[in-house]
Design a protein around this ligand. Structure first.
Ligand code: SAH
Length: 253
């Protein structure tokens, strides 16, 4: 897998390239990162990448030309076609299924905006998708792109070892898209609080049932939309449904 990132602040990407599990995977050659600074694709002496908005108003807008040159250079080096994703609060909300698609399909070219955003004509000519990290505004697309890269890389085979497995994570398909259950580690008593007895029982089926029920209860309380999605996809078992019904009746079993 390979990511090409177009950014005025390429040094920000050292975090995901060098640190933690994504850094280890990069060192092992499981994914590659290529950084392209639009400033290197300018032709004027000031290396201008932004200008004032037509129609007036505050702030600056990133010019189309240096961005397009940077994207074309990245595409030429990649060879094969890849999605060109613009980080934008007006884009589709990023989620685990998008991370999985990027991991499955070999990565993407990620474009990071700055200032008020980028010239619309660049978007129309070069961008295949716009992706948002959430309903808030960042000062640049870099933090959003870092999140996209991190979430996709950790899904690549061989990146997480067994103890870090993504299989138990929230939204993961083995959890049928539900939220993760609570976690506990040593000591067994912490400031007067113990650990749920099921987790100490050593009984695998009981532990699995406790975790599943915790996931169902947490998801029903916090993200009922995910329960509906799992139900719609036929991913809830009869015993899941019975447990959810007992929750609704307020008599947890
Ligand atoms: N004027 C724009 C915001 C510009 S913020 C608007 O109101 O829609 C500057 C840049 O930060 C954007 O071009 C985009 O690349 C990035 N950015 C800001 N918030 C983001 C978010 N929630 N998700 C992804 N990228 C974001």
């Amino acid at each position: 897998m390979r990511f090409d990132v177009i950014s005025l602040f390429p040094e920000m990407f050292a975090v995901v390239r060098d640190q933690g599990v994504t850094g280890r995977a990069h060192k092992l050659g499981l994914w590659g990162l290529n950084l392209w600074n639009p400033r290197d694709f300018t032709t004027d002496v000031h290396r201008t990448v932004d200008d004032r908005p037509y129609g007036g108003g505050p702030g600056m807008v990133m010019m189309a030309e240096p961005l397009e040159h940077a994207v074309r250079a990245a595409q030429a080096q990649r060879g094969a076609a890849a999605p060109v994703i613009l980080m934008s609060p007006t884009g589709r909300r990023f989620d685990q299924s998008m991370a999985q698609s990027l991991a499955d399909e070999g990565g993407a070219v990620l474009v990071c905006g700055r200032y008020e955003g980028v010239d619309q004509r660049f978007i129309e000519r070069c961008v295949t998708q716009e992706v948002s990290l959430g309903d808030f505004v960042l000062s640049g697309g870099e933090i959003a792109a870092l999140a996209v890269v991190d979430s996709a890389v950790r899904l690549l085979p061989g990146v997480l070892n067994d103890q870090e497995s993504a299989r138990q994570d929230s939204f993961h398909e083995t959890l049928t898209g539900l939220l993760d259950s609570p976690h506990y580690t040593r000591p067994e008593q912490y400031r007067g609080q113990g650990v749920p007895a099921e987790l100490l029982s050593g009984h695998h089926a009981n532990i699995a049932r406790w975790r599943r029920r915790q996931s169902l209860a947490l998801t029903a309380a916090r993200r009922p939309d995910l329960i509906e999605a799992a139900r719609g996809a036929g991913l809830l078992s009869a015993s899941d449904e019975a447990f959810l019904a007992s929750l609704a009746l307020g008599r947890e079993s």
